[in-house]
Design a protein around this ligand. Structure first.
Ligand code: SF4
Length: 299
């Protein structure tokens, strides 16, 4: 049974534990939990900090950071202007909740005002609602959008990401964001052994993404923490027992896939990046400085 609760967050911006090596300095998540329900989602583990489980609780016990507007403005004043902020690292900022609560839109309005560079990551067409706000930010180099799409196989995606939009719709999102002049890349990730790592299917995915207007493609193998592994293997086992066993054998009870597998995957990916003349990273984002924006920081 779905429950949506109000949450008074002690902080809206969280400093990246890995520092800028991840490409951002702070993360911003307007919600906790995510009804997109991706089976491999590493963020599931964050629900255990609330004494909730990584399975249905993560998808159904959702929290709305009601105090986002007041807190975010005061936090942004203290964040250096050259810091990059990633919106949507442990929840999809455009999951269905956003339609009603509009906290992501509020965050974008505040970031437009503060001038900080930021990225937005989503699988949801709801981002199109905000293209009016995002277009000028993208055109002035303050924003990069990531659409996540790991496979063109609609059936498989329905099993692995049951709450998300189908691949054709996500390609359409990329097209629409690109047409607005906003830098847009794709997270073609995570790549799951057996299920999404086929040479032909990845080649077709790269081709479709390039054709849709993806300016870059980021890839990564699947990380499965100890908290997620049993849940993930059970989910895959339910529709493909043989694949579940092969994946399990490649993880050796660790969170990372076997090194030899990673090397083979990297060789394949290198060929695909070359073949499609595709970049692995997006443009360097820059903060936007105006007089009003300087006042935002120093009033
Ligand atoms: S959309 Fe992102 S945050 Fe939401 S369940 Fe999927 S991977 Fe996790």
């Amino acid at each position: 049974m779905r429950s949506i609760k109000s949450w008074q967050a002690s902080a809206i911006l969280n400093r990246s534990p890995a520092g800028p090596t991840m490409g951002f300095h702070y993360s911003l998540n307007p919600y906790r939990g995510c009804s997109h329900a991706c089976r491999y989602c590493y963020a599931r583990e964050s629900h255990t900090y609330l004494d909730l489980n990584v399975a249905e609780d993560f998808e159904q016990q959702l929290f709305v950071k009601e105090n986002l507007r007041e807190r975010l403005r005061s936090e942004l004043i203290r964040v250096p202007l050259d810091a990059v902020i990633a919106v949507g690292t442990v929840t999809d900022p455009y999951q269905p909740l956003e339609g009603r609560h509009q906290l992501t839109r509020t965050a974008i309005e505040l970031l437009a005002e503060s001038g900080h560079a930021f990225t937005l990551t989503t699988k949801s067409p709801l981002i199109e609602r905000d293209l009016d706000l995002l277009e000028p930010l993208g055109r002035r180099g303050q924003l990069g959008v990531h659409i996540s799409l790991m496979s063109l196989d609609r059936e498989l995606l329905h099993r692995l990401e049951p709450g998300t939009s189908p691949p054709a719709r996500r390609l359409e999102m990329i097209r629409r964001v690109h047409e607005r002049g906003i830098p847009v890349g794709t997270f073609a990730a995570p790549i799951i052994p057996v299920l999404t790592d086929g040479k032909e299917s990845l080649d077709a995915l790269f081709e479709a993404l390039k054709d849709a207007g993806s300016d870059w493609i980021m890839t990564s193998s699947t990380r499965l923490s100890a908290a997620i592994r049993p849940y993930f293997f059970d989910q895959v086992h339910a529709f493909d027992p043989a694949a579940a066993e092969t994946i399990r054998s490649l993880y050796h009870d660790t969170q990372f896939v076997d090194q030899a597998y990673r090397r083979r995957l990297e060789t394949l990916l290198r060929t695909l990046y070359q073949r499609h003349h595709m970049s692995r990273t997006g443009p360097l984002l820059r903060p936007y400085r105006t007089e009003a924006q300087m006042e935002f920081h120093f009033d």
